[in-house]
Design a protein around this ligand. Structure first.
Ligand SMILES: CC(C)(COP(=O)(O)OP(=O)(O)OC[C@H]1O[C@@H](n2cnc3c(N)ncnc32)[C@H](O)[C@@H]1OP(=O)(O)O)[C@@H](O)C(=O)NCCC(=O)NCCS
Length: 201
């Protein structure tokens, strides 16, 4: 079977969010949102709270990164748009596509619109795309032990804890475990989020 084409980033619409390709006009806003301490800390982008003031990328560098990602064959990058405000509030990414094993990674962050269900819906839309549209067998992710909210969201969508990379993150004066979670196509098919098969199947 030929591997799926990841160079096309479709628009995915839910009730609360729209996932759409990142445009150059979005990048300054995404850069500003990345300055959110919770986003930087919980995605492992920094090692202490005060590092959030020194983001490793300028807006120009981020423009180049998003332009490259848009054509990458191993990832799909969406801007998460809050349908209520019509504002970009984060990103949702399928990455590290492994065609030989029909698997892919997932990550997400949201700023300024957390706790309203957007992250859950964006995760479901992204996973549905990976399993039902791209035909992949497995989606995997990592979540730090100091992020029970994200873990709860992932479990709600159907991810299963598979193991722990002990003390994988150095943060401030301590070490943080990193949990590995995975979702198989068979897990998704058995969940209430899966699309029903077409009539006659
Ligand atoms: C993780 C993230 C994407 C979730 O998106 P969100 O829009 O905030 O999440 P939702 O509103 O859809 O759902 C949050 C759920 O977590 C629950 N929750 C909130 N705080 C929690 C906590 N401390 N422990 C457990 N569950 C918690 C909420 O009750 C809700 O669950 P429910 O719908 O069953 O009641 C978002 O919070 C985020 O981007 N956080 C910062 C960056 C990050 O953590 N990225 C993920 C890295 S792995």
């Amino acid at each position: 079977m030929s591997p799926p084409d990841l160079t096309h980033t479709p628009v995915l619409r839910g009730e609360l969010v729209e996932l759409r390709p990142v445009t150059p006009a979005d990048v300054a806003r995404l850069h500003a949102l990345m300055g959110d301490l919770e986003v930087s800390r919980l995605t492992g982008s920094i090692h202490a709270d005060d590092e959030v003031d020194e983001l490793p990328w300028s807006v120009d560098q981020l423009q180049a990164i998003y332009a490259r990602w848009a054509t990458d064959v191993d990832r799909v990058v969406w801007a998460v748009v809050d349908r209520e405000s019509d504002q970009v509030v984060g990103e949702s990414v399928l990455l590290d596509h492994d065609p030989g094993n029909a698997s892919i990674g997932f990550r997400i962050w949201i700023s300024g619109a957390r706790g309203r269900g957007l992250g859950t819906e964006a995760t479901r839309l992204s996973v549905r795309h990976a399993i039902e549209e791209l035909g992949l067998h497995r989606v995997e992710l990592e979540v730090y032990a100091f992020n029970p909210r994200a873990r709860h969201v992932y479990e709600k969508v159907g991810f299963v804890l598979e193991g722990t990379r002990r003390e994988a993150l150095r943060y401030a004066d301590g070490w943080v475990d990193c949990h590995v979670m995975g979702l198989l196509a068979s897990d998704w098919a058995g969940s209430h989020d899966a699309q029903p098969p077409p009539p006659g199947e």
